[in-house]
Design a protein around this ligand. Structure first.
Ligand SMILES: Cc1cc2nc3c(=O)[nH]c(=O)nc-3n(C[C@H](O)[C@H](O)[C@H](O)COP(=O)(O)O)c2cc1C
Length: 346
């Protein structure tokens, strides 16, 4: 349940929810652990502003330029005294489970696991005192995560940037909230401003997990060309595809695909994975060179349908405050818009 105060108290208002209370944070806003984007500096800013920052260790594979034990430790160092968490891609963690030990040594406030069976890791994470967050894409997986010990469940809709599946945020979030109660749910996918946060709370979520909007912030990792592309591209111009993964030699299990901005590479190679595979290993090399060099015609810029809401590049802390204020404003205006709703008769 959320609680908000009177409109004249708005500047001092906080949205208190089951998740803010569980994590002891001020705002129900979690930074998505975006591979190659969410490092220690971004996570620190989000936590310092009263949300929860999550560093992405992604595939826990140093070949990506992030995710080695040394990288993980270095990013936690950048977060300084601020409490942050860490996220892993679950099916990839099985190839290098030691990365979880390296992360737990950094005393994360939370560990988020996405895409795969959490069972082998639940006990270790919870015994280390970290809150276990699990991101799911279906009702079935939500029930399974709840049964296996997830403490917060993120219901991720297909609108989301990066990897995901087919169900949409609007119907998925309330269904998951009902199915796993009393375990609190965070909504993810297409949320980029306070209206989205307010709507998610009305759907029964106790927080939001936001990715794409935080990509276009000053502290995000990622090439400036990618940030500029995000700022000028709209939500009509994304697609879900396997092409970028095939190009970089990553085989994702079914049913996952990645949502990214349509570019020349995607226009040419989407749906041609067998042919693309034949181009490797040279394609893989070219892909990583394009990513490093900021060639957004070839490299993937993973981003979601919330792109329409992104036109600037603020500091991440400023963004957390802005989204929280907008949500409080939207929720409090609901009463003046529909006066009969005011329990005091206003
Ligand atoms: C650039 C980018 C990279 C991502 N990388 C990861 C990742 O490494 N691990 C993960 O669990 N989710 C990843 N995601 C998905 C997020 O966890 C989250 O579900 C998504 O960003 C929410 O939707 P939104 O982008 O519309 O806010 C990524 C998303 C983006 C945009």
């Amino acid at each position: 349940m959320i609680s908000i105060g009177k409109a004249d108290m708005l500047p001092h208002m906080k949205l208190s929810t089951a998740i803010t209370r569980m994590l002891d944070i001020d705002h129900p806003i979690l930074l998505a652990p975006m591979g190659g984007v969410a490092g220690g500096a971004l996570a620190r800013e989000v936590s310092a502003a009263g949300g929860l920052g999550l560093i992405s260790a992604g595939y826990a594979d140093p070949a990506f330029g992030y995710g080695s034990d040394e990288w993980i430790r270095g990013e936690f160092d950048k977060a300084g005294d601020h409490e942050v968490g860490v996220g892993f891609i679950t099916w990839a963690l099985s190839k290098r489970p030691g990365a979880l030990d390296a992360a737990l040594e950094c005393r994360p406030k939370a560990v988020m696991l996405s895409f795969g069976d959490i069972e082998p890791y639940v006990r270790k994470i919870r015994e280390a005192g970290a809150t276990l967050i699990c991101q799911v894409q279906t009702l079935k997986d939500a029930r399974e995560a709840a049964a296996k010990g997830a403490q917060i469940i993120v219901a991720q809709g297909t609108e989301a940037g990066g990897h995901g599946a087919e169900r949409s945020t609007l119907p998925l979030v309330p269904a998951v909230a009902d199915a796993v109660a009393p375990i609190p749910v965070a909504a993810a996918g297409g949320i980029g401003d306070g209206r989205g946060l307010a709507a998610a709370l009305m759907l029964g979520a106790e927080a939001v997990l936001i990715g794409t909007r935080f990509f276009a912030t000053r502290e995000a990792l990622g090439h400036p060309n990618q940030k500029a592309l995000i700022e000028r591209t709209g939500g009509d111009h994304t697609l879900r595809t396997k092409a970028f993964d095939t190009a970089r030699g990553v085989t994702w299990p079914e049913p996952y695909t990645g949502r990214a901005i349509r570019n020349a590479f995607a226009e040419s190679w989407h749906g041609r994975d067998d042919e693309l595979r034949e181009q490797n290993p040279s394609m893989r090399k070219r892909f990583f060179e394009a990513l490093r060099g900021g060639d957004t015609d070839m490299a993937a810029t993973f981003a979601g349908e919330g792109l329409d809401l992104i036109t600037d590049r603020p500091g991440a802390g400023e963004l957390v405050a802005r989204i929280a204020e907008e949500a409080i404003d939207a929720l409090s205006r609901a009463q003046s818009r529909f006066p009969g709703l005011d329990p005091a008769g206003g």
